[in-house]
Structure formats: structure tokens, C-alpha cells
Ligand binder design. Structure first.
Ligand SMILES: Cc1ncc(COP(=O)(O)O)c(C=O)c1O
Length: 401
């Protein structure tokens, strides 16, 4: 077997299962799971209908690059959403079967093992797929801490020049999971300068881009930032987007990559062998979803309601803050985060993810330590109920802000 499999870390949800083993929630209390970032709002009817209406497509093999109608729908969405003048649906867009598989596959296509000491940079805390992708591509992951005292911005000085010279790929996540931080134009400018200097590829994970709180003020995207900074053709820049959170279809497995056409050409070659072409019915449903914004606006309204309710309940006892975007709260805990999560479950039947399960100790700090990730994915009422239970638990610890 591939020995690199041994280098993979246990996945955060498995760590949580082990942590909660033997923990018994109070009798009669309905469990509320807020540990996983899986949207729970219903899938819009028109998406389901389009899926069913296109089942005839199952009779043929879909092309790896996706059909023209979906690629055009995505290119049009990109133009509209990010104010881009031109996106070529033939060369600058590839539909993917969920951003997770694409984020993973991308490292396999990008990393050159023949160069000495390949390095892949991940934010910290982070979505663990980046790290696994780096390890299985034969690279060493290195981490840039995302800390509240720095407003969750990255500090390139955490890695020495000698490391930057070996970086081949860098993942960013904006809006961030779990911090909710949206990268500013200044941060992008700094990152593009580093990429130009050291020649690494940027993989920009933007799967939370449509969960924001002020209509008319969506998060800045990587491609948009590049254009605003006067860059042409998105050199060494690829963004990853997804319908999972935007349109409440995590089970449909649909997203796309867009950006540098030369890189996407090579990535498409990789994908021919990878074998992840999108089901034609899913393509039709995805095109319909990218063409509609009304359901996304409604989705955001529900998240706004949940944040308003949860923040009002939790603020007196925790340092919860409204994130820039996304659907996570990322407060600090008065106990070590694994202990907090286990005792909260035993006391109130609410499960949250210990922050240290989402981060590594880097530069002497584990940025997830003494934090928890609360995913506001359940219904408005359930999220408010969970917030009340978390507050009651924190109060039993005798902790007030
Ligand atoms: C940061 C981040 N990126 C990517 C994904 C993958 O999403 P999907 O594969 O459903 O597009 C997730 C899912 O939770 C995520 O949190």
C-alpha cells in the first residue's frame, strides 16, 4: 500500500466520535448536532424537479469537462457575482463533483515530486482535506496561523524564506472555515506578490462565499481581487466553489473550479484519469441552481435569523462574534475545548466540534485550542434552543463575561 496513507491524520469527526464515546446525554433531551457543516435547509423544489426531469441523460457517459450549458451557466454566474468582464467557459471553468474532491485532486495534479522538498501551505485552523491532499501528493504541509488577535489575517513571516522557496501550492479559505474571515484586497495583494515571487499556485476555497449577511455586500473573491489589482488571466490562481452550502444540495456533489486556463488544461488531463465526470442530470440541476439567486437570498435570510438569535443568547456568557461570512461561530471556551465539548454533550445533548481538532500546533500555538466550532445549520428554532442550552451549560461552570 501507499505508505503516505500512514501520514494521514484522523479526521475531526472521527476524533469527535472517540471523544464522545460513552458520554450519555440527559434522558429525554433531543440531541442537537451542530458539529458538522452540513446545510440542513431543504433543497429547493426546482432543483429536485430539474434533476428528475433530466434522468434520460443517464443513458450516456458525460464528458470530463462537463457539458457546454453548465459551463456557460457557471461562467455567467462568475461574471455576474464578481463583476468580471470575461470568463471563457471552455478554458477557464471545469465543473467538479463537489469542491472536496477537486481540492484533493488539485494537489495531485499540481505538486511536482521531482523538485526537492515540495511544500503545500495550509491555513491553520483548516479544512483537513488540504492536509491530506498535500500528504498524498508527496508534499509536506506547512501552516499559517489564523489568529483572532490579527483579525485572522495570515503572517507570511511565520515561514522562513527557505520554506517559501519550496512552496508549490498554497490553500486559502475565504470565507474561512471555521473563522468566517473574508480576505481583503490587501491580503490578496500580499498573497499574489508572494505567488509571483516564489512561483506557487494558489487554490482559493470559496465554498462559503454565498453565506453572507448584508445583501448587496458579498465577500470579495480571488478572481475578482486579481482583476481589481490589474492582473490579467489569473496566473497561478484557481478558485473552488460549490452548490452545497449556497443551494442546500450537499448530497448532489456539485461545484466548479475556475481561473488560470493553462493550469485548468493540465487539471482536466488529470481528471480524465481521476474519473469524476458529473452525472448529466446533476449537470442540468446545477445549471438551474447557478441561474437562480432567489433561493440563495432566502437561504441567507435564515442564516441571518439564526445568527441574530444565537448571538443574543450567547453574548453574555461567551465571546461570540458575528463572522464576516459563513455559518460558523468560533468562540473561545472557559475549559479545554475537548472537555468543554464532551461535558456540553453530557449536560445538554448539544454536540459541537473542539477547535483543536481543526488545527495543528504551528509556531508554538494551536489556534484551535480552547475554541469550539458551532455550525448554525439546524433550523432557526433548534439553533436558538441549542444556544440556550450552551448558555445554561456555561453558566453551570460559573462563567460570565
Ligand atoms: C472549507 C470547506 N471547503 C470545501 C468543502 C467541501 O464542500 P463540497 O465538497 O460539498 O463542495 C467544505 C465542506 O464542508 C468546507 O468546509
Amino acid at each position: 500500500m501507499n505508505p503516505d496513507l500512514e501520514r494521514l491524520q484522523t479526521y475531526p469527526f472521527q476524533k469527535l466520535t472517540a471523544l464522545l464515546e460513552g458520554a450519555v446525554p440527559p434522558e429525554g433531551r433531543t440531541p442537537i448536532p451542530l458539529y458538522i457543516g452540513e446545510p440542513k435547509h431543504p433543497t429547493p423544489e426546482f432543483i429536485k424537479r430539474t434533476l428528475v426531469d433530466n434522468l434520460d441523460g443517464l443513458a450516456g457517459y458525460p464528458p470530463t469537462a462537463g457539458g457546454e450549458p453548465l459551463r456557460t451557466a457557471i461562467a455567467n454566474w462568475l461574471r455576474m457575482r464578481y463583476g468580471l468582464d470575461a470568463v471563457d467557459p471552455r478554458t477557464q471553468v471545469i465543473p467538479v463533483t463537489g469542491s472536496r474532491e477537486a481540492l484533493f485532486a488539485f494537489a495531485q495534479a499540481v505538486v511536482d515530486r521531482a523538485r526537492p522538498d515540495p511544500i503545500v501551505v495550509c491555513p491553520n485552523p483548516f479544512y483537513q482535506i488540504y492536509e491530506g491532499a498535500a500528504l498524498l501528493a508527496g508534499a509536506t504541509p506547512r501552516y499559517l496561523n489564523s489568529l483572532p488577535q490579527r483579525g485572522y489575517t495570515f503572517d507570511p513571516g511565520e515561514l522562513p524564506e527557505s520554506v517559501w522557496r519550496s512552496v508549490q501550492l498554497l490553500y486559502v479559505c475565504s470565507p474561512g472555515n471555521p473563522t468566517g474571515h473574508v480576505m481583503t484586497l490587501d491580503e490578496w495583494s500580499q498573497l499574489f506578490a508572494l505567488s509571483d515571487r516564489y512561483g506557487f499556485v494558489i487554490a482559493s476555497d470559496e465554498c462559503y462565499s454565498e453565506i453572507y449577511f448584508e445583501e448587496g455586500r458579498p465577500p470579495l473573491g480571488a478572481l475578482q481581487a486579481a482583476v481589481q489589482l490589474g492582473r490579467q488571466g489569473w496566473p497561478r490562481l484557481v478558485m473552488f466553489s460549490s452548490l452545497s452550502k449556497r443551494s442546500n444540495v450537499p448530497g448532489m456533489r456539485s461545484g466548479f473550479v475556475a481561473g488560470d486556463g493553462a493550469i485548468l488544461k493540465r487539471f482536466l488531463l488529470y481528471r480524465t484519469y481521476h474519473g469524476c465526470a458529473m452525472n448529466p442530470a446533476v449537470q442540468a440541476a446545477s445549471a438551474a441552481a447557478w441561474k437562480d439567486e432567489a433561493h440563495v437570498t432566502e437561504n441567507r435570510r435564515l442564516y441571518r435569523e439564526k445568527f441574530a438569535a444565537a448571538l443574543e443568547i450567547l453574548r453574555p456568557v461567551m465571546d461570540v462574534e458575528m463572522p464576516d461570512a459563513g455559518f460558523y461561530l468560533w468562540p473561545s471556551t472557559p475549559l479545554a475545548d475537548p472537555e468543554f465539548a464532551r461535558r456540553l454533550y453530557e449536560d445538554q445533548a448539544v454536540s459541537v466540534l473542539p477547535g483543536s481538532f481543526l488545527a495543528r500546533t504551528a509556531h508554538g500555538i494551536n489556534p484551535g485550542a480552547n475554541r469550539i466550532r458551532i455550525a448554525l445549520v439546524a433550523s432557526v428554532d433548534e439553533c436558538a434552543d441549542a444556544a440556550r442550552r450552551i448558555r445554561a451549560f456555561v453558566e453551570t461552570l460559573g462563567y460570565r463575561r
